[in-house]
Design a protein around this ligand. Structure first.
Ligand code: SAM
Ligand code: SF4
Length: 535
């Protein structure tokens, strides 16, 4: 489906995304919704009528970053630009955002995206009406502006998105008709301030299913299978910001996968805060036989003609079943990679974190993965400095790294979050101690990865070609194990982005591999448990 889009007014918007893959994909759907409402995406705030931030509140730094951005661009309000805050910070802070940043007109939480189209209509109408209200000379918002300025924002990811009409896909489902505006609240003040809120609570049953999704990559794309989270880990805001768990039907997920395959996508990543707790809501009694477990859905997506790679994230050890490993064994398109966040190697800490498993139970899942037919790369998340974490607990996390031999670890200093049970815990760890533990853990994992990646030298891996790095004269590829494999090409034949090709690994670093493109087509390569060989 290419870019013939309904166009009413050609207002422009700029959208910046902070945080995880869920947020990146939500932004793809937000962009789809906006384009459907007649907006056009632009690449700078200066070009935009509407400036949107899709926010993350998983750690304090990520949250502060959005207020920093809002403060940076406040001056543009005088040019008539409107500002909106979407996502987790919007849900968490709600109308308090209007106090901290009075130039914001729209606050829409992650659980309310379903109402976004209606809110945009309100915003436009209110904008037109407000334009007609004379504003007393010199009147300011009348509210405090104490937007926070952040000095150190180094470790938070952000991704700017812009729509490319060729990647624009229309979801095959019934049109919803005119956007509904009943679920959001509008307040237009005499001062001309417009305040629109969409702040459904965690009880919402709605999923964010859009008619259009503006995917940013034409070869691999995300599909949300479950929204929200019911786990309530003691440190985590997600259950409060993203609402309760609600799964999409397997029919709807499979229809989207087939549609993406028709559009030329070959890699799909299934998304959810806890994909393992997926519960297919399809049908009543008569249809109940068609309900799929997560492992069955995974296998079914892997069997969609044209799909060559399927990934999924995130898994939760409590809900991670052996049937998932069986599915990976049975369906070659399921990638050799599982991200299984552990958070701590100490059962005592896991209990305090309310993770609902012990170190031994976690290691049982690792044993299943290691017994698989293919060599499955395992990555994880770790939090250091959770309240009460002793040196002994931390040492247990370090010993777990040795025991598992992870291919990658995302490690974080514990950050206290609003509403979470951990806020009430005593024995806070000083910031310097957290930083020191993080450094020790990262150094250790770097050493382990250095050794692990060396073992790939001399093997052959299939990669999806992702891009060309001009400055290094190297192509960037990604293996099924989710490793970055940069490679050179000896012949004059240049690989095409989005295709699959076989690479001989010639060198390694802690976070990537390097290699040379093989002359034979990738379809001649197969992987075995111990090594990669030619057919
Ligand atoms: N649902 C996924 C899970 O259970 O792993 C992802 C949750 S979150 C987006 C990704 C990671 O952020 C978590 O696995 C955890 O390591 C980290 N995280 C969450 N809350 C945190 C907090 N308050 N402080 C530090 N790290 C946190
Ligand atoms: Fe947060 Fe735990 Fe849910 Fe992951 S499983 S989103 S860490 S509450």
């Amino acid at each position: 489906m290419s870019g013939v889009l309904p166009s009413r007014r050609h207002k422009t918007f700029y959208l910046e995304t902070f945080g995880c893959q869920m947020n990146v994909h939500d932004s793809e759907k937000v962009v789809g919704t906006l384009i459907q409402q007649g907006y056009r995406q632009v690449e700078t705030v200066e070009q935009a009528d509407l400036i949107l931030y899709n926010t993350c509140s998983i750690r304090d730094k990520a949250e502060q970053k959005v207020f920093h951005r809002l403060a940076d661009y406040k001056k543009l309000q005088s040019q008539g630009k409107k500002f909106g805050v979407l996502g987790c910070v919007a849900q968490q802070e709600g109308v308090r955002i209007f106090e901290r940043a009075p130039h914001v007109s729209l606050v829409c939480g992650s659980a309310s995206y379903n109402n976004l189209a209606g809110m945009l209509v309100q915003l436009e109408r209110a904008g037109e009406a407000a334009h007609e209200i004379p504003r007393p000379a010199g009147e300011s918002a009348g509210l405090r502006n104490d937007a926070v300025v952040v000095e150190d924002e180094a470790d938070d990811e952000s991704a700017g998105l812009w729509a490319d009409a060729t990647h624009f896909s229309r979801t095959k489902r019934a049109r919803n008709g005119a956007p509904t505006i009943r679920d959001s609240q509008l307040e237009t003040r005499d001062s001309g301030l417009i305040r629109i809120t969409g702040l459904d609570d965690r009880q919402t049953d709605k999923c964010f299913e859009t008619e259009f999704t503006a995917r940013t990559n034409p070869h691999r794309g995300y599909i949300t299978i479950i929204e929200g989270c019911d786990k309530f880990c003691a440190y985590c805001v997600v259950p409060f910001t993203r609402g309760k768990e609600r799964s999409r039907t397997s029919q709807s997920v499979l229809a989207e996968a087939r549609q993406m395959a028709d559009l030329g996508y070959t890699e799909i990543q299934l998304l959810g805060q806890n994909v393992n707790s997926y519960k297919d809501p399809a049908g009543g009694a008569g249809k109940s036989r068609s309900r799929k477990s997560f492992a069955e859905l995974l296998a079914a997506v892997g069997e969609v003609p044209g799909i060559q790679r399927v990934r999924f994230t995130t898994s939760h050890p409590r809900d991670f079943g052996r049937d998932i490993v069986d599915a990976i064994d049975a369906v070659p398109t399921l990638c050799d990679h599982v991200h299984l966040p552990v958070q701590s190697g100490s059962t005592r800490m896991l209990d305090a974190m309310q993770r609902l498993y012990t170190r031994e139970q976690y290691m049982e899942r690792i044993a299943w993965l290691k017994a698989a037919k293919r060599d499955i790369a395992i990555t994880t998340d770790v939090i250091v400095g959770f309240p009460g974490e002793t040196e002994c607990d931390f040492q247990q996390t370090l010993s777990l790294l040795d025991e598992v031999g992870y291919d990658g670890v995302f490690s974080f200093k514990y950050s206290p979050r609003p509403n979470t049970p951990a806020l009430k815990l005593e024995d806070a760890i000083p910031e310097e101690e957290k930083a020191q533990r993080l450094e020790v853990l990262m150094a250790k994992q770097r050493e382990l990865q250095t050794i692990k990646n060396r073992n790939y030298i001399g093997t052959i891996s299939e990669v999806m070609v992702e891009a060309y790095n001009d400055s290094r004269d190297q192509w960037i590829g990604r293996t099924s194990q989710n490793k970055t494999l940069n490679f050179t090409v000896a012949s004059a034949t240049r690989p095409r982005v989005g295709t699959y090709t076989a690479i001989l690994v010639t060198g390694s670093f802690p976070n990537s591999l390097i290699g040379e493109m093989m002359p034979a087509p990738a379809s001649n390569v197969m992987t075995t448990k111990t090594e990669l060989t030619w057919k």
